[in-house]
Design a protein around this ligand. Structure first.
Ligand SMILES: [Zn+2]
Length: 81
């Protein structure tokens, strides 16, 4: 279930040189061409594993908030803005 939380893009040499070459969460080194996930809320790059994990947490939070507001079981649609 990817992915409403992050912008998925392959890691490029440019990003690695000018932005970052490690995941902001687990500090794993990116390799060129590897899928990376840009977190638009925290402005950081994440590897797939961390993006999956954090996305799941965001969705859970959104759903809880939604349930609190609406008191019925439905999935919310998290938006970037
Ligand atoms: Zn990571």
């Amino acid at each position: 279930m990817m992915n409403q939380c992050f912008i998925q893009q392959p890691m490029t040499v440019k990003i690695m040189q000018f932005v970052t070459d490690v995941c902001s969460e687990c500090y794993k080194n990116f390799e060129e061409g590897e899928e990376s996930f840009y977190d638009t809320q925290s402005c950081r790059y994440l590897c797939k594993e961390c993006a999956d994990k954090i996305c799941q947490e965001i969705i859970e939070q959104e759903r809880e908030r939604y349930l609190n507001e609406n008191d019925e079981i439905e999935y919310s649609q998290p938006t970037l803005f």
